[in-house]
Design a binder for this molecule. Structure first.
Ligand SMILES: [Zn+2]
Ligand SMILES: [Zn+2]
Length: 283
């Protein structure tokens, strides 16, 4: 029986470009998230703000109004992370919420392509957690998100190409400890034309990607936006040793959503908590 929740190790605040930034409606999200964490008894939060470099192809209809200012020539170019502002905000929250463990972190997009730029911006080793995320794939010499690619490629190709890039990302960068949301492309699966997503259709590709993550000594995130029991099951069967839990919350409301259920699933497949709430669960 699990007595305490793990850390929510994938949380965004006003310092992530896709919340609109610190001058937008998102202002104060970090503080509100800490207040809520204390209220619901969450022991630890890792603020993993987006660390993205370069931009990617995007279709006009995919741009939410608050991101319109980031579009340049049909490409979305994210605002660089304000490292100093973010760290000051963390320090203020640590001072104001001493009962909560508040860790620094980043959700680093496509780390296999941008380690030089990342090192120039900040010391990744000084962060409490670096999550590595694959958000874009190459198309015609550019990069694009899965929701854009599903309009240009057969659905099967999007998932297949996504999973095929995972081993290249692991081999291409040592700077992240945990691979996030392996089902990222599935979020945009075109159910209208393809029917409900069936993971067994891509089982071998998922297992191959998981083997590469495990062999690279990384943890796998259980991203609780959608809970799949096959994720911890296949991960354990393919040699995965460590699991992280993340809600991918962007606006406080989803903080820790699904964490208890994810923890029960992970425990079922043999993963056990570490000493501190922010530690990976291991088997
Ligand atoms: Zn992400
Ligand atoms: Zn995220």
């Amino acid at each position: 029986m699990i007595m305490t929740l793990p850390a929510d190790a994938h949380v965004h605040s006003e310092w992530s470009w896709d919340t609109g930034g610190p001058d937008s409606d998102a202002a104060g999200t970090m503080r509100r998230t800490c207040e809520r964490a204390v209220r619901i008894g969450l022991p630890a939060v890792i603020f993993t703000e987006h660390l993205d470099f370069d931009g990617w192809l995007i279709d006009r209809e995919d741009v939410p109004p608050e991101q319109a200012k980031l579009i340049e020539d049909g490409r979305l170019v994210p605002t660089p992370l304000d490292v100093d502002g973010y760290l000051e905000s963390i320090e203020r929250c640590r001072h104001d919420f001493p009962e909560l463990r508040i860790l620094t972190g980043a959700e680093y997009g496509q780390p296999h392509l941008f380690d030089d730029q990342a090192r120039a911006l900040l010391d990744l080793g000084s962060l409490g957690r670096v999550n590595g995320s694959l958000h874009t794939l190459e198309i015609d010499g550019q990069r694009a998100e899965p929701f854009t690619l599903f309009r240009r490629w057969p659905a099967e190709k999007v998932i297949t190409e996504y999973l095929a890039e995972v081993p290249r990302m692991i081999a291409g960068s040592d700077s992240f400890a945990c691979f996030t949301h392996i089902d990222y492309a599935v979020r945009y699966w075109p159910t209208e034309t393809e029917g409900p997503f069936d993971p067994t259709r891509f089982e071998e590709q998922f297992r191959t990607a998981m083997r590469a993550i495990a062999a690279g000594g990384r943890a796998l995130e259980m991203n609780t936006r959608r809970l799949w029991s096959w994720v911890p099951q296949w991960w354990a069967e393919e040699g995965g040793r460590a699991i992280s839990f993340g809600s991918d919350d962007h606006a406080t409301a989803a903080l820790a959503a699904g964490l208890p259920e994810a923890a029960i699933m992970a425990e079922h497949f043999g993963f056990r908590p570490g000493r501190r709430p922010e530690d990976f669960w291991n088997r």
